[in-house]
Design a protein around this ligand. Structure first.
Ligand SMILES: *Cc1c(COP(=O)(O)O)cnc(C)c1O
Length: 376
């Protein structure tokens, strides 16, 4: 039996919302997006949410609003997707790579504080694989360094929480992704949540060219109103055509999460006897279980990928250490002894097929294949 790496859960049943947008006057950002933003405010218990057309463009809008630019440093964990570092580079600031903890692959307050310099303008805290970092203690860094902004890369962590808290509570902003493979998806999309009224006011502009009013608001009540531009922004708004795919998924987020938690539990018990490492989910944390990565030692990773592919099982790698990719090697030449955990994990990790519509039979096939390959 072939097992796909990923299958999304949308179907033509979800076309109803799209059809309603097509019958309305606005194809781009309008009433539907506003309704989803209100839904996000409820879900995350925050006063401000902004839909964006990707995590990446949302992050650019946030960094622009925070004034990140040339001369600044932004702390980024080496174990993340390239986008987290790329947005810093795109704005002419410098990435300061930090390592992650060996047990849960997350940054913590100590790792971040050790990387702070007088140039540090912001920190990206990455909730890798769906597990929230310890934001309560990371948030306390704000008391000691009030001029440094904390931004959560919550692309993996829509449903995740720690000690009852969700992303957006202890940071300046949390940014989500609705990219095709993420837990909640509309193909391409994202969202920013923030508790800060002043950051919200700026993001409102930086996510749309720096304009003082979006298209729907410019034509309110039938009469045209002038707009101004007083800051530079990106084009990051999400069209209603895509936003219309989100409300149902957000409503059912907890149900989808319980399926992910059940499947992750089946993998974990299926792998008890195998010589592989798993990322720990800490007591008090409820992971969004976005991906299911395993780690194998030595040089056996690429061999294991071939063995699994040979049995029709699709896998991926999330991620190699960003410091190991050519662009960052050339720009920064970070010595691997500075980010040893990220480099080691990145050389041995494989993400297994994992999604809520996966059947128990498909999962058993993956578990059996790993036993066959690894138990001699
Ligand atoms: C997917 C992802 C992003 C980028 O999201 P886009 O919506 O594709 O821009 C950023 N960070 C992490 C950790 C991701 O997994």
């Amino acid at each position: 039996m072939a097992v796909n790496f990923y299958k999304h859960g949308l179907s033509s049943k979800d076309a109803v919302g799209v059809a309603m947008v097509l019958d309305s006057p606005f194809l781009t950002s309008g009433a539907v997006g506003k309704q989803v933003e209100a839904q996000l405010c409820d879900y995350f218990e925050v006063p401000n949410a902004f839909l964006t057309n990707s995590w990446t463009n949302g992050a650019l809008a946030v960094l622009l609003a925070l004034g990140v630019g040339p001369g600044d440093e932004v702390i980024v964990p080496a174990m993340t997707f390239i986008a987290t570092a790329n947005v810093v580079e795109l704005l002419g600031a410098k990435v300061r790579f930090v390592d992650v903890r060996a047990d849960n692959l997350l940054v913590d307050a100590g790792l971040i504080e050790a990387a702070i310099t007088e140039k540090t303008k912001a920190v990206f805290v990455v909730h890798l694989y769906g597990q929230m970092c310890d934001m309560q203690s990371i948030g306390k860094l704000k008391d000691k360094y009030p001029h440094i902004s904390l931004v959560e890369d919550a692309a993996h962590c829509f449903e995740g929480r720690r000690d009852g808290d969700r992303p957006g509570k202890y940071s300046d902003a949390a940014i989500f992704s609705f990219y095709a493979t993420k837990n909640i998806t509309c193909g391409e999309g994202g969202a920013i949540v923030t508790r800060s009224p002043s950051l919200a006011g700026k993001v409102q502009k930086t996510r749309l060219h720096g304009m003082s009013a979006g298209a729907a608001d410019r034509f309110k009540e039938g009469s045209y109103r002038h707009w101004d531009m007083d800051c530079l922004g990106v084009k990051a708004n999400l069209p209603d055509l895509l936003a219309s795919l989100l409300p149902r998924q957000i409503e059912h987020a907890e149900q989808l999460l319980s399926t992910r938690i059940r499947l992750a539990g089946r993998y974990r018990s299926g792998f008890k006897e195998l010589p592989i490492r798993l990322a720990r989910v800490d007591a008090g944390a409820i992971s969004a279980e976005h991906l299911f990565p395993i780690h194998v030692g030595g040089d056996s990773r690429d061999w294991l990928i071939d063995e699994l592919n040979g049995r029709g099982i699709q896998v991926a790698v999330n991620y190699r250490s960003v410091t190991e990719l050519s662009y960052y090697k050339n720009q920064y030449a970070v010595d691997e002894s500075l980010v040893p955990v990220s480099v080691l994990w990145g050389r041995g990790t494989i993400s297994l097929p994992f999604y809520p519509t996966m059947t128990d039979d498909e999962q058993d096939e993956v578990i059996a294949a790993l036993h066959q390959i690894l138990v001699k």
